[in-house]
Design a protein around this ligand. Structure first.
Ligand code: GTP
Ligand code: MG
Length: 705
């Protein structure tokens, strides 16, 4: 049974922990200081105002000091400007370009022969549905063993279960008009059902389930609702986290969470104690060995049979990719295998002494960060895989090209506090202690700057290929000569059990949806972030507000009667409109406590280190929150915050620079299911991306509309 452990981390601590980082060194006070414009010498100087960010530049500047946009030649002395203004470079995007490119950034991600499946497809629902179904079909053909749900994009209409008179005394989820669902036509299918089982169950065979590319969208007509909760513990953060203009929503809310009393069956039964589930994201730069490590672990722990392993080895050899044999246990699609990269998150299971571990093997390639986000939002803890080979660690840690920093910042922003750093491929550096120490030193400083506590980080030197230090102490004398710490499985068992919200109303962000027109049911999968559910229960699916009934459910691909917070489940729902109202990025809720749906909200963010361009009012962004992603723009930069005190240092700044903290208002093209962070952390953590990079991470502090 999961123990509730108060690890004492709240938002105060989260932000306090950023204190180690010396923001001030990088802080350009000349930009921020409002007094600057008042200085006498400034008054006599001629200034020109940037047409993009409105910064007042000195006459001598040919391009904006802040955002780099070239000065409009007609604005000044033509002769002069001809001399001084640099020729416009078509290969260097202006902020205007960025704004428009931002709109399509996901389409520009293609690099080499890698197809940016998630985002590009997300921009085109029809294509997405098509390609997803195709992949599903391929996948099912390639492995007959796998359970398969009908991937048809059904138009058959089931009973429309919108909130009816049964709930007429309850919040108006019936006010949601799911006309087209907005999420139009995107219908991902379940690629495979895990055959991984708990240790007390038969068969050791394990085939990973891929978390499909998810989809965004929601219906413009949806009217937001607020899910209420006890007041926040925001502490030092000066901003109110209460939805400012959402009184109307408040008046329509159903019940306050304080009124919620869970039934007895919803709480874990101590007598029926089972292993605590631990969702473990495997993240890190491309080719660091995440899938190989995952496959090797599964094999060593008996989740992949000898016969299966033999098959992978044989097939990999035929394709000239022998070194990927273990990775093939996770990278199951022909596309992934051919390219030698993971594209979708693979899910697999094993049991350790302490935990029922759910592995979420993420893609490391930068084009698939949105998929990585989808898996990482479910994580309780993470294994960061580092390639120790010479030059490889450096490439992954490189701020502009590597994915190590971005992955670490993302998992931290999703609330992951415990990290195992698997320093892999130690065989390639002769198990050198010096190399390991160098990696620990460089990464350690970075982790501190991200807010990780040293006591929550485990450093494990290992080799997945040579099976050193995975499930037993190393046997290689070179590693044994200096390393006496825990092996990987030991480190996993040393992690603190995750706290779970069993006693709160049901919330399950939807990761994937499969519709079966023949059975008139919709299958949705995801991780329960709060509450519990069982067959026969009525649930409301947001944002459409439709009510359905849980016909059956699977927990870790095994049929089950009950699931509770922390469990990964697949629900087979009946009574829902099958057309398009149930979508990845939606949330399954208790009918009395539907999640809010909004497109305009306030965020408290921290801009990341490697901003190619400052964030401006109007900057186009891709907004990611739990499994939802939606295009939108920064409507307003409300204020810059002091990173240490959280206090406002400047109101209405022109732009947001690298490493600055700020309050922003974001307006999305379509609404998403969202909660204020203090009400529900899992639904209140967000990240902003542009041009294929994460540019800021933060939390939702206010729902505006
Ligand atoms: P993506 O999912 O695409 O980001 O890659 P990945 O991190 O999952 O890497 P993958 O497991 O596909 O391995 C990439 C390459 O690294 C393969 O050729 C592996 O054989 C190799 N590799 C993995 N682990 C080790 C190791 O411990 N030592 C050595 N020498 N090579 C390894
Ligand atoms: Mg991989």
């Amino acid at each position: 049974m999961p123990r509730k452990v108060n690890r004492g981390v709240d938002i105060d601590e989260d932000y306090d922990s950023y204190e180690d980082y010396d923001y001030e060194d990088d802080y350009d006070y000349s930009v921020e200081s409002p007094a600057k414009a008042e200085e006498p010498h400034q008054k006599t100087k001629k200034l020109w105002s940037c047409s993009i960010c409105t910064y007042d530049n000195d006459e001598s500047m040919s391009a904006c000091d802040i955002c780099g946009v070239v000065r409009n030649p007609v604005a000044g002395d033509f002769k002069n400007s001809n001399k001084k203004t640099a020729a416009f470079k078509f290969d260097a995007p202006s902020p205007d370009d960025t704004v428009s490119i931002g709109l399509q950034s996901s389409k520009l991600l293609t690099k080499g022969n890698v197809k940016p499946s998630t985002v590009a497809e997300d921009c085109n629902g029809a294509e997405s549905a098509h390609s997803t179904t195709q992949r599903s079909e391929k996948s099912s053909k390639s492995n007959g063993k796998r359970g398969k749900l009908d991937a048809n994009n059904s138009t058959e209409t089931a009973v429309n279960g919108k909130l009816d008179s049964k709930y007429s005394d309850r919040p108006p989820a019936e006010t949601f008009h799911g006309s087209d669902g907005g999420l139009g036509g995107h219908n991902s299918s379940k690629k495979g059902v895990l055959s991984g089982q708990r240790s007390d169950e038969a068969s050791g065979s394990s085939t990973p389930l891929k978390i499909k590319e998810k989809h965004k969208n929601a219906d413009d007509d949806f009217i937001g609702q607020k899910r209420t909760a006890p007041t926040s513990n925001f502490g030092k953060i000066s901003l109110s986290d209460q939805p400012g203009n959402s009184n109307a929503l408040d008046s329509r809310k159903a019940k306050s969470i304080a009124e919620y009393h869970p039934d007895k069956w919803m709480l874990p039964d101590k007598a029926n104690d089972t292993l605590t589930q631990l969702n473990l994201a495997i993240v890190g730069h491309v080719d660091s060995g995440k899938s190989t490590l995952s496959g090797r672990l599964l094999h060593l722990l008996g989740r992949i049979t000898k016969k299966e392993m033999h098959k992978y080895e044989k097939e990999a050899k035929i394709q000239g990719k022998s070194s990927f044999a273990y990775a093939w246990a996770l990278d199951e699609s022909p596309e992934e295998r051919e390219r030698g990269i993971t594209m979708n998150v693979a899910v697999a299971y094993f049991d350790s002494k302490m935990y029922h571990v759910v592995i979420l093997d993420s893609p490391g390639h930068k084009d698939f960060v949105p998929n990585m986000i989808s898996g990482a939002t479910q994580a309780d803890a993470a294994i960061l895989v580092i390639d120790a080979s010479n030059g490889a660690f450096e490439a992954g840690f490189d701020g502009s090209k590597g994915q190590t920093r971005e992955h670490v910042l993302l998992i931290r922003s999703f609330g992951v506090e415990q990290l195992i750093v698997a320093v892999n491929k130690m065989d390639a550096v002769g198990y050198s202690k010096d190399r390991f120490d160098l990696i620990v030193t460089q990464l350690g400083a970075f982790f501190r700057s991200c807010g990780f506590k040293e006591s929550c980080i485990f450093w494990i030197p290992l080799s997945a290929i040579e099976n050193q230090n995975l499930v037993a102490a190393p046997s290689d004398a070179r590693l044994l000569s200096w390393y006496r710490g825990p092996y990987l499985l030991d480190a996993i068992d040393s992690l603190q059990p995750p706290a779970r919200d069993f006693a709160k109303p049901l919330l399950m962000p939807i990761c994937d949806v499969t519709k079966s027109s023949s059975q008139g049911q919709v299958s949705v999968c995801g991780k329960l972030v709060a509450g519990a559910l069982r067959s026969g229960l009525k649930v409301v699916v947001m944002p459409s507000g439709e009510v359905g009934t849980i016909k059956s459910l699977e927990r870790d691909s095994q049929s089950s009667t009950v699931a509770r917070a922390g469990d990964n489940v697949t629900l087979n729902l009946q009574g829902l409109d099958l057309s398009n109202n149930v979508v990845p990025g939606g949330v399954v809720c208790h009918p009395d406590y539907p999640v809010a749906v909004a497109k305009h909200f306030e965020l408290k963010v921290r801009a990341l280190e490697e901003l190619a361009l400052p964030i401006l009012n109007g900057s186009q962004v891709e907004f990611h929150i739990h499994h939802a992603q939606e295009a939108g723009k920064v409507a307003k930069i409300v204020s810059i915050l002091d990173p240490k005190s959280g206090k406002e240092t400047k109101r209405s700044p022109r732009c947001l620079l690298s490493k600055q903290s700020a309050v922003l208002e974001v307006v999305l093209n379509k609404p998403v299911c969202v909660e204020v962070y203090s009400n529900c952390r899992a639904l209140g953590r967000a990240s902003l991306r542009a041009m294929g990079r994460t540019i800021a991470i933060g939390i939702v502090t206010r729902i505006i509309q």
